[in-house]
Design a protein around this ligand. Structure first.
Ligand code: ITT
Length: 196
């Protein structure tokens, strides 16, 4: 069985591939397929966007596809950037620009609580899909720490380990992260997934 990871985000793709390495499937991602039309991520929730990406990719390629829609919800910002996390500082914003904007918006703000959310949708070409979720609670630091990972990792501090995600190895991060939790749930149900 071939499973396509429907992402162009290399940080995400690395983590997902590592978490699925024991699965009895051959894993590809969008970079293995040449140009494919982009799906518009205009959903209001992580669930909607994850399903859109997974079902669209499965239909276009005629293969089962797994998509991850994720983001950071900051309590003091009323849950922003949320589904806008990748585009917080603008349509083609870099991770550095998004991080700088987040630090600016939180300047002088005492409540630093935040959580990462991840919704994984796995879909077949008919559009049928299964959905899994994971959340990880933490805090936003006042300046970037660490060089690993991607996105907001240098700003996301995880109190139980006393490190930001960017100060962890990929294995340490995946053991506690939103993405790790969602994919472990999927793994626990893999027999059900294999049936279709
Ligand atoms: P694809 O849609 O192609 O998968 P994307 O980067 O646009 O890639 P999303 O729309 O799901 O993906 O945006 C998620 C953003 O949330 C991502 O760009 C990061 O900025 C942030 N994010 C999600 N998970 C993260 C993690 O584990 N560490 C750091 N930042 C994360």
């Amino acid at each position: 069985i071939i499973l396509v990871i429907a992402t162009r985000n290399r940080g995400k793709s690395r983590e997902i591939k590592a978490l699925l390495k024991d699965f009895p499937v051959e894993i590809r991602d969008l970079n293995d397929f040449g140009p494919i039309p982009e799906v518009e991520e205009d959903g209001k929730t992580f669930e909607e966007n994850a399903y859109k990406k997974a079902s669209f990719t499965a239909r276009i390629l005629g293969l089962p596809a797994l998509a991850d829609d994720s983001g950071l919800e900051v309590e003091a910002l009323g849950g922003r950037p949320g589904v806008m996390s990748a585009r917080f500082a603008g349509p083609n914003a870099t991770d550095e620009e998004n991080n700088a904007k987040l630090l600016r918006e939180l300047e002088g703000v005492e409540n630093r609580r935040a959580r990462f959310c991840c919704v994984i949708s796995i879909a077949v070409p008919t559009g049928f899909a299964l959905t899994y979720e994971g959340v990880c609670e933490g805090e936003i630091v006042t300046e970037p720490r660490g060089r690993n990972g991607f996105g907001y990792d240098p700003l996301f501090y995880y109190p139980p380990l006393g490190k930001t995600f960017a100060e962890m190895t990929m294995e340490e991060k995946s053991a506690v992260s939103h993405r790790g939790k969602a994919l472990r749930e999927l793994r626990d149900e893999f027999d059900k997934v294999l049936v279709w």
